[in-house]
Design a protein around this ligand. Structure first.
Ligand code: KIV
Ligand code: ZN
Length: 567
């Protein structure tokens, strides 16, 4: 903003709360969760859900484990009314799930809401009216505090009066001073207590006071102060469930909820992935998974978050951003080399730790939770672009091809692969990485190839092997011979004897390829050319481990030839 524009704003008044206790507390248990996806969420959609979509969403919320679900504003439209009727008449509401209906404190709306509830086993009747000075002045044309309080009291009285018309329904009363977040605290308390006087809650039959941050005007600590102040100053705290309902105007809806739980709230209203008016409501999935990540069971099951996201995106026609906590496409993905390296080390280390102690707590650098616990696989964790490092590429080759590259080979392979990513200017798919590795390192047979070979184990001294190999170099076939302490060593000698470059074999590894349908072996050979400091790698893959080793040598020789040709 320009400085001239900033002048029109004012600091937000904090709460005087000496000895506030919430900063010293920790969240140790889950609150009561209430989904408002089908109401607050739905009313904010560019294309609201139709009844079939709402039914699908309702079933999803039940499957996740919500026991309280706000199903709409039945007095606001026929769709909302008919949706509730279908839920009731089709017996779709499980016995342990309570539906919640929202209604403004206005007589005809309350009566219509009661008509929608017939036959429901249990229901929360959520009454609200707006209480803040700004709403009193602008929306209610300078209405007095007394008048606004009376609207709430009259609404509660009518609800109480109508309750006997639903004899088979267990009713729970809820009241929200809408715009609580900018209402004078003493006044919000006065209105809430006046509503309590009507409903006369008991310890056995508690009512819910929902204290909404209808608009998030300030920092989360002030919200927590407001909740602690309210809990400390209200009467009959033991007869009331204090509920939170945060929005996300400043981007801190999650923090505001978490701090307000420390401040004493018992219940949380929110939506999946934070859908809702403007910047949205609280994202319940994030808060619940945050709790899971600290070892707290929440009763909500997000173990298949991608499926949940798919249903959500289908019915709301919104998309979950790629960086959205836990559910976003990229949140378990590392592109940066150092992160990839640390994650790969973490995964390897965890395998060892788990073998020693199956109860080892989860710890992998850069991952707050095990992606598997939300149904995400490790596949998405490491992806390769030009920022990526050698560890990530090795991880992909291990995962995709069962190849366990020697650590000292990682830089050579890494520079080839991210050179390709850099040139293309985009992320590489796993199969492109595999193809590039094969093209540049595996069974390279130009200009040198091994046509045939014979080993004679009786030719030399103890343990020595003689190799007679038919090679093709630049299209010309040749027979070469060498003696060494094994097949690779004797072919190395044969190449040297034939005057085909002077080099040292500085490393050799081999292993059976993991997870393949056939039983190929992979071998890796490192060569150093006499007149360059460069270390060159080649790989051989073949059903025979011996042939894999010889192919690795030929591959490395061809790479060395290429390099020395350039010098
Ligand atoms: O944000 C809000 O204040 C609401 C109320 C109706 C609870 O959605
Ligand atoms: Zn809201």
């Amino acid at each position: 903003m320009k400085a001239s524009a900033v002048k029109k704003y004012r600091p937000f008044q904090g709460v005087s709360l000496p000895n506030r206790e919430w900063p010293n507390k920790t969240i140790t248990q889950a609150p009561i969760w209430t989904s408002v996806d089908l109401r607050d969420g739905n009313q904010s959609l560019p294309v609201p859900m139709n009844i079939e979509e709402k039914l699908e969403f309702f079933d999803l919320l039940v499957a996740i484990g919500f026991k309280q679900i706000e199903v709409g504003f039945p007095s606001a439209s026929d769709t909302e009314f008919n949706f509730l009727r279908r839920l009731v008449e089709e017996g779709r509401i499980p016995d342990d799930v309570t539906v919640q209906v929202l209604v403004q404190a206005r007589e005809h709306l309350i009566r219509r809401t009661f008509a929608a509830l017939h036959g429901a086993k249990s229901a929360i009747v959520h009454l609200y009216n707006s209480t803040s000075p700004l709403q009193r002045k602008v929306t209610f044309s300078d209405a007095s505090q007394e008048k606004i309080k009376q609207i709430a009291v009259d609404g509660a009285k009518l609800i109480k009066e109508l309750s006997p018309t639903l004899p088979g329904t267990k009713l729970i009363m809820q009241y929200s001073p809408e715009s609580f977040s900018d209402t004078e605290l003493e006044y919000a308390l006065e209105v809430c207590e006046a509503v309590m006087d009507v409903y006369e809650p008991t310890e056995e039959n508690k009512m819910i006071l929902n204290l909404p941050a209808t608009v998030e005007w300030t920092t989360p600590n002030v919200h927590a102060d407001m909740i602690e102040w309210f809990c400390r100053n209200m009467k009959d705290r033991n007869k009331v469930i204090i509920s939170l309902h945060t929005h996300n105007d400043r981007g801190t809806g999650t923090a505001a909820t978490e701090l307000a739980l420390l401040a004493g709230a018992d219940r949380v209203e929110g939506t999946l992935f934070g859908n809702g008016e403007r910047t949205g409501n609280l994202d319940i999935a994030t808060v619940a998974l945050n709790m899971n990540s600290h070892g707290i069971d929440t009763g909500l099951d997000f173990s298949n978050i991608s499926e949940i996201r798919a249903v959500y995106e289908e019915v709301t026609k919104l998309t979950v951003p790629e960086r959205h906590p836990y559910a976003g496409e990229l949140v378990f993905t590392a592109f940066s080399g150092s992160h990839q390296d640390a994650i790969k080390k973490g995964i390897d280390r965890r395998k060892i730790d788990l073998a020693n102690d199956p109860e080892t707590p989860f710890e992998i650098p850069y991952l707050t939770i095990d992606p598997m616990d939300v149904g995400r696989s490790y596949e998405a964790i490491i992806r390769i672009n030009s920022q990526s490092g050698k560890g990530g590429i090795a991880y992909i080759l291990e995962r995709e091809c069962g190849l366990d590259l020697p650590k000292t080979m990682h830089p050579t392979v890494g520079s080839v692969i991210y050179g390709i990513a850099d040139e293309l200017g985009r992320e590489l798919e796993a199969d492109e990485i595999r193809d590039a590795f094969y093209k540049h390192f595996v069974n390279i047979d130009q200009p040198l190839s091994l046509v045939d070979y014979e080993l004679d184990h009786s030719a030399g001294g103890r343990g020595e092997v003689s190799c007679t190999a038919k090679i093709s170099i630049n299209g010309e076939e040749k027979e070469i011979k060498g003696l060494g302490n094994g097949p690779i060593n004797s072919l190395t000698q044969a190449l040297q004897n034939a005057g085909l470059k002077s080099f040292n074999l500085t490393d050799y590894r081999s292993h059976a390829i993991r997870g393949g349908s056939d039983s190929d072996s992979a071998a890796y050979i490192q060569l150093q050319c006499d007149n360059t400091p460069n270390l060159i790698w080649g790989c051989g893959i073949d059903p025979s481990i011996e042939m894999a080793g010889l192919q690795a040598l030929v591959s490395a020789w061809n790479a060395l030839n290429e390099l020395t040709k350039e010098h």
